[in-house]
Design a protein around this ligand. Structure first.
Ligand code: RP5
Ligand code: MG
Ligand code: MG
Length: 237
């Protein structure tokens, strides 16, 4: 039972014999700690620290309590044909672009993020999800994947943490919720990932470079993360 509860994507029901979750702790390989601090347990159920959603149970999320994700925000400057950075006429600030994907589940545009697998380092999740959703690594040969990974290794080792905490995700319930770690990976010259051919894969239907501005309408709290990335680079919003 121990192996099953720690490795399968979904937890058993609360109260199932053999399911003894260690709330607020690292539970085997499953991280049940919240970035928000200690959450409460009432009648055996973890309680969403952001308030009530109107939904009980764990809905379609895998874990009771926090469900950990990671979101890679890959950015470059928007440039014209001559390679000069384009400024927004009204703000006068340079325009930043990020790699966005269209989610297959809801059709909304989003950061190509995903769940942290049990025992996986967040730094590995960030890279893996970008490769799967924006470079379609799942359809690459092992050689192709190894080649792309080595070309982008340095790039993905130099990220900047933007946010860690709760995500206002539509799947959240009173007893299960999304949390994420957002990292920005910035291609200043546009010659690294900025030149890579994007191809949607896994749970992404489409992928493209998108201008960052306050007009963005993205999945969950993703626009808030993009605003923070824009502020960090003193870019147009
Ligand atoms: C959001 O759901 C997170 O910010 C992350 O982008 C995503 C993870 O879930 P899946 O993309 O794996 O469905 O809350
Ligand atoms: Mg994914
Ligand atoms: Mg995803």
């Amino acid at each position: 039972m121990k192996g099953l509860t720690s490795m399968s994507w979904a937890d058993p029901n609360i109260g199932d014999p053999g399911f003894k979750p260690k709330w607020n702790l690292l539970d085997g390989k499953v991280n049940r700690k919240s970035h928000q601090g200690e959450y409460h347990i009432v009648n055996g159920y973890p309680i969403n620290p952001q308030g009530r959603t109107g939904l009980q149970g764990r809905g379609c999320l895998g874990r009771w309590g926090p469900n950990h994700a990671a979101d890679p925000v890959v950015t470059r400057w928007k440039r014209n044909d001559k390679g000069n950075i384009i400024k927004n006429p009204s703000s006068g600030l340079p325009v930043l672009q990020f790699v966005s994907i269209q989610r297959k589940d809801s059709g909304e545009w989003a950061i190509p993020g995903g769940m942290v697998d049990p025992g996986e380092l967040v730094s590995v999740t960030l890279k893996r999800e970008f490769f799967e959703e924006a470079l379609n690594s799942l359809s690459m040969s092992d050689e192709e994947k190894a080649q792309q990974e080595s070309e982008l290794e340095h790039f993905f080792n130099n990220g900047k943490e933007i946010y860690r905490g709760y995500v206002d995700d539509p799947r959240n319930t009173d007893n299960a919720w999304m949390e994420t770690v957002v990292f920005n990976f910035h291609d200043e010259t546009g010659d690294i990932v900025g030149k890579f051919p994007l191809q949607a894969g896994d749970d992404a239907a489409k992928v493209h470079w998108t201008d960052i501005s306050q007009d963005l309408q993205l999945y969950a709290s993703h626009s808030d993360f993009l605003r923070a990335v824009g502020e960090f680079h003193k870019a147009h919003w």
